[in-house]
Design a protein around this ligand. Structure first.
Ligand code: SF4
Length: 437
């Protein structure tokens, strides 16, 4: 029997993408081959996201869509956060799934696939490497994009009352710095220009096991020869020390981009979320960032409709947004997560009210984002070309994180190329720019 072919469909965040990349390597190492499409695959694997309601719905829709496209003989495997959290429920509810594999069971993923495919694996000298720890450095396929995510820690030691991540992914486990740097080096030598370091609580890196400080890690990664840009994702406000701000502001390779996870501006709601700070403390942090780096781009995400949220709280958040003038912000409807303390709180807010509040806050932020983009017209930026879409080159400066912020539409450029471009138009979140000599 030929080696079975596998299609890996990845949903959710960049951390899931990293898991999928590594699993692809482990499967290839075990003799499995990549499929050209889900339709032609012997096994379709769906790496699910179980973080919030909407993500779970998307995961279920994708699983069902994949069960439609798979050929009669093909296997369907469900993995990822949702599989970790609802393994038994998924087994019961989705008889079309041949295996449901939570994160804990990734070390046995090859054996599971052997079972699903009933494939007799190829062994060399009786040995088959098939064990993996998801945090171990395994070589990764070079991504098709000129950017790649590198996960520096798994899990989280915080106890935010709304969040199921510590229940799903466990306590924080930081990877040793040497392995992270080796992974960055391998990606760069494969052609990657921009690396995004990710963790649930990035600035707390190393605190769990003495792997070193985030500042030391970032400096080492930024020093990898040939790396054009390093970006950091998810900075918990109280963990952002002045030394980290200064390092980001001063190092030429590190993007002056601060992805702050602020969640709300009402001190009373933040307390109930078991998060530090207040709108005032957030503003103080933002002004320290702008003092160190006047051109810094700022992003945050906010939860809307947390139990007990009043109209006054929403107004407080709106006032904060107007004053903070973040370049980018995401607003997420509160999602009641099983097993979290917030799920037990009184004052759950109805979906209609949440919808109205989301629209209100989005409108405010859209205007701010469009304004900060419009102010860039006439300026010149270093842009990394990500892709060419229908003949249109598209790239990003330090201000835009991949897949989440706006894009820069260019008149020329090839993927992976750095160009200097003058901004000549602003369209909401996106910019157009002309390459200059
Ligand atoms: S810091 Fe982030 S991942 Fe950790 S518990 Fe809070 S919201 Fe969840």
């Amino acid at each position: 029997m030929d080696a079975p072919t596998v299609w890996l469909e990845t949903l959710g965040c960049s951390k899931n993408q990293v898991d999928s990349d590594k699993i692809a390597v482990v499967l290839a190492d075990a003799g499995y081959e990549g499929a050209a499409s889900p339709e032609t695959a012997d096994v379709v694997m769906v790496n699910t996201c179980g973080f919030i309601d909407a993500a779970r719905r998307e995961s279920i829709d994708t699983i069902l869509a994949m069960s439609e496209v798979k050929r009669d003989q093909a296997g369907l495997v469900v993995m990822g956060c949702m599989a970790q959290r609802y393994e038994q429920e998924l087994r019961d509810a989705l008889p079309e799934a041949d295996a449901v594999i939570g994160l804990d069971r990734y070390p046995g993923i090859v054996e599971e696939l052997d079972r699903v495919t009933q494939w007799e694996p190829i062994t060399i000298g009786g040995v088959r490497r098939s064990k993996m720890d998801i945090l171990e450095v395994v070589a990764r396929p070079t991504p098709e994009t000129p950017y790649a995510y590198v996960k520096v820690a798994e899990g989280c030691n915080k106890t935010c009352s709304f969040c199921a991540i510590p229940l799903i992914r466990g306590k924080q486990r930081s990877r040793p710095g040497d392995g992270i740097v080796a992974e960055v080096e391998a990606l760069v030598s494969g052609g990657v220009q921009e690396v995004v370091l990710v963790a649930q609580d990035l600035a707390a890196y190393g605190r769990d096991n003495g792997s070193g400080s985030i500042e030391a890690l970032v400096e080492r990664c930024a020093g990898v020869s040939g790396l054009g840009r390093l970006r950091l994702y998810y900075l918990y406000p109280r963990e952002i020390r002045q030394g980290l701000i200064d390092l980001i502001a001063q190092h030429p390779v590190i993007a002056d981009y601060f992805d702050l996870s602020l969640q709300h501006a009402s001190a009373q709601l933040l307390r109930s979320m078991r998060r530090p700070g207040s709108g005032e403390a957030h503003l103080d942090l933002i002004s320290r960032i702008r003092e160190a780096s006047p051109q810094a781009a700022t992003r945050s995400s906010f939860i809307v409709g947390f139990p007990g949220e009043t109209d006054d709280d929403v107004e407080e958040l709106a006032a904060f947004l107007r004053e903070a003038r973040l370049d980018w912000a995401g607003f997420f409807p509160y999602s009641k997560e099983d097993g979290t303390d917030a799920a037990l709180l009184d004052g759950q807010v109805g979906p209609e009210t949440i919808g109205e509040r989301l629209r209100y806050l989005h409108d405010i932020q859209d205007e701010i984002t469009a304004g900060s983009n419009a102010a860039l017209v006439g300026s010149t930026m270093e842009v990394l070309v990500d892709q060419v879409e229908d003949g249109q080159p598209v790239g990003r400066s330090y201000r835009e994180a991949p897949e989440i912020d706006g894009m820069i539409l260019l008149d020329e450029g090839t993927p992976g190329e750095w160009v200097r471009a003058r901004v000549d138009g602003a369209y909401g979140a996106d910019l157009s720019a002309t390459v200059v000599a």
